[in-house]
Design a protein around this ligand. Structure first.
Ligand code: COA
Ligand code: NAP
Length: 266
């Protein structure tokens, strides 16, 4: 195994990352590629899929991808079928597509609330169902969560509702699918440098500095650090871990103030 992949030997394994074409999820896809796994990514943008596949291949991975909007079950099913045709059964499924914009609840339209709920919650359901059909036994599922799943945060009513839903899907499917040898866990990133999510939640240098000053480890993390946790949870070293929500957040979820976005929202 390479020094970058101390927990997981991906050789001969297939990993599918839903929403894996930018930010944290792309970092996770790269971590599995570096560990030797075949990696399949899906997201809405054909350009982002092609660009990500090229990066994964440059890391030595046999990689492929497809466009799909996780809100549309037929598109998700078609992408999983394409992955199965190319690589066979999936060993590890990462579900990370999400939507977020900061807004006072009173300013979130029905459509805006629906968009986030449909991407995060319905999208997770679609990805889980397709995963159930295509996962090997034993198999591993990692849903990407956020502290909003258990901590209220001003400007994030829709996201709090959505991520709470994602984590309850994790826990419920751990119960339903554990007997079949499928482990289901959530990974809960904190602030991650150079990501769209962090830019949206820390839209000014002042808010970013204030946010990081309240993180116990006093910094943002890298996507690679999230990737390391995913490699561990996918490995046999984590063989008795299921139904867990595991933070990789420098302690941020314990301490970052709920009213952080107040100034930005006016
Ligand atoms: N404040 C309030 N409402 C907003 C908003 C904002 N900042 N941004 C979008 N919305 C509303 C739109 O006005 C629209 O509602 P309306 O039809 O009543 O006007 C609704 O959200 C849907 O917007 P639309 O752009 O049509 O949706 P989409 O399906 O193309 O995109 C989003 C979904 C809005 C979540 C978009 O931000 C997205 O694609 N996000 C993915 C990337 C991301 O969020 N990354 C961070 C992950 S943590
Ligand atoms: P990002 O860069 O915006 O990544 C989102 C990914 O999901 C992209 O690949 C995007 O590609 C895809 N996607 C979005 N909507 C989709 C849809 N409807 N169908 C299919 N794919 C879709 O975001 P990020 O900041 O890295 O966040 C990634 C995950 O980490 C999210 O689950 C987020 O909630 C979580 N998180 C992030 C942070 C952070 O600091 N960034 C903190 C905590 C949790 P397309 O545009 O091509 O569809």
């Amino acid at each position: 195994m390479s020094p970058e992949a101390p927990f997981y030997d991906g050789r001969g394994r297939t990993v599918l990352v839903a929403g894996g074409t930018s930010g944290i999820n792309r970092g996770i896809a790269c971590a599995f590629a570096r560990a030797g796994a075949r990696v399949f990514v899906l997201s809405r943008s054909a350009d982002k899929v092609a660009d990500t596949v090229a990066e994964l291949e440059s890391l030595g991975s046999e990689a492929a991808g497809a466009t799909a909007d996780v809100r549309r079950v037929e598109e998700v099913d078609a992408a999983f079928a394409a992955c199965a045709e190319r690589f066979g059964a999936i060993d590890v499924l990462v579900s990370g597509a999400a939507g977020n914009f900061p807004a006072w609840a009173k300013n979130i339209s029905s459509n805006g609330f629906r968009a986030v709920l449909e991407i995060d919650v319905l999208g997770t359901h679609h990805v889980m169902l397709a995963g159930y059909r295509h996962l090997s036994r034993p198999g591993v599922i990692l849903n990407i969560s956020a502290a909003a799943s258990f901590r209220p945060m001003i400007g994030q009513a829709h996201v709090c509702a959505a991520k709470a839903g994602v984590d309850q899907i994790t826990r419920t499917l751990a119960l339903e699918w554990g007997p079949e040898g499928i482990r289901v866990n959530s990974v809960l990133p904190g602030p991650i440098e150079d990501t769209e999510g962090f830019r949206r939640l820390a839209p000014t240098p002042q808010i970013k500095a204030r946010r990081l000053s309240r993180v116990p480890l006093r910094r943002a993390a890298t996507s690679a650090e999230v990737g390391d946790l995913c490699l561990f949870l996918a490995s046999d070293r984590a063989s008795y871990i299921t139904g867990a929500v595991v933070p990789v957040d420098g302690g941020a979820s314990l301490s970052v103030p709920a009213e952080l976005l107040q100034d930005a929202l006016g």
